[in-house]
Design a protein around this ligand. Sequence first.
Ligand code: SAH
Length: 458
Amino acid sequence: MQYLPIHFDTRGANILVVGGGPAAEAKLRTLLKTEANLIVVDTSVGPEVSRWASQGKLNWEKRDYRESDLDGASLVYAATEDDALNATIAASATARQIPVNAADQKAACRFITPALVDRAPVLVSIGTEGTSPALARALKAELETILPPETGAFALKTKVLREKVKALLPDLADRQRFWARILGGKDLSAQLRVSPEGLESQVEMELAGQDDIAGKVLLVGAGPGDPDMLTTAARRALHAADVIVYDRLVSDGVLELGRREAEYIYVGKTPGEPSIGQTAINQILIDKATEGLSVVRLKSGDPLIFGRADEEIDALSALDIPVQIIPGITSAAAAAAAINASLTTRGTNRAVSLLTGHDAKGFAEQDWASLARPGGRAAVYMGVGASRFIQGRLMLHGAEGDRPVTVVENASRPNQIITYTTLRKLPDDIAAAGIKGPAILLIGYAERETISSERLAV
Ligand code: SAH
């Protein structure tokens, strides 16, 4: 980050703009919104600048620039139509340690003015460090649609309501949670359009219901990794959580949706390595909920599939700690989506099994005979290490060696890798692919054939 974004307090500051032509006018249009004393130096200025001067919005010194103009300036804009003069002004200002912006001369600038979405007092500034002005414009256009014109009024109303909330919730953490609930819901753009009266009644209702939200545990599905695959409920829960207890396979992109102030507790279990036990995890959930905090227990995929959810639900329920479950997209669904395969296909399979390759005792036994029957289809979790075992068992029970198998590693993530193989070649192809990330084995699922145009026409 070469440029540090800061919001500069302009009250009482002198801002010098050298130049009165089009470049200066563009800068002044933003500067006029501030509370600075604006001094414009030039022998002649454009009609807009002249009008602002006659309205008393700025002081126009009708003469040539001289170095003493820099005396007492907090910021300087070298915005004449003469590049050489702009460079001289920039050099003098920099020598005096006064931040300067020189029109169209990025190298001479000590600061640049970002693209701005102005919903004062809410300001969003967008900078690309000069890499892509077009991207900055596109982002600005997008943010303009997300932030409705009412955003500023919403923020101002919040300022008044904060006092009221503070009186009732003296604890800072309680207040942060409170506002996270007001703002973390549904659709932020829609919420910002709420009238000041509407916001006030929401705040009152939420204050009245204060007692029943804290001290519960939400078992939240983090999905396969891509934050776009989270449910809105999961996003909201993450945004409101005081404590986020998360597993190894929860992606960074999803974790980033929690508040910075939340407490993050990693309880991942790495296969084959000593790690925190389930009882210790249960205890963390109990302790944090008993403290009255709102706890999110974040599990990869769906929390109810190979997630040991029962053990946590039982431990919490035994102490009457409320538990709520927010489902997630399980990795088998994400893996199938990655290869455009339907998990069930009319005429091919009436059932699909979700299997684990491992259980507490080692490689997991299954109803191999039924899976081995022609058309048997399954999605295997934790199956990479067990692939030779699974292949052996299925073929022993008569499954054909050329049954297709597709392995999807890191489904939905940027490093997703798909390996198409067959039951016969499964362990060798898994070894050859060097799979290190989490993977699903889709047994009975092949690469989708491209449908010929004749078939589509029928
Ligand atoms: N509750 C999770 C499963 C947890 S068990 C769910 O519903 O998906 C852990 C196993 O999930 C991994 O061994 C792997 O088989 C699978 N898995 C998790 N994330 C995955 C991903 N992004 N891509 C492929 N498989 C994944």
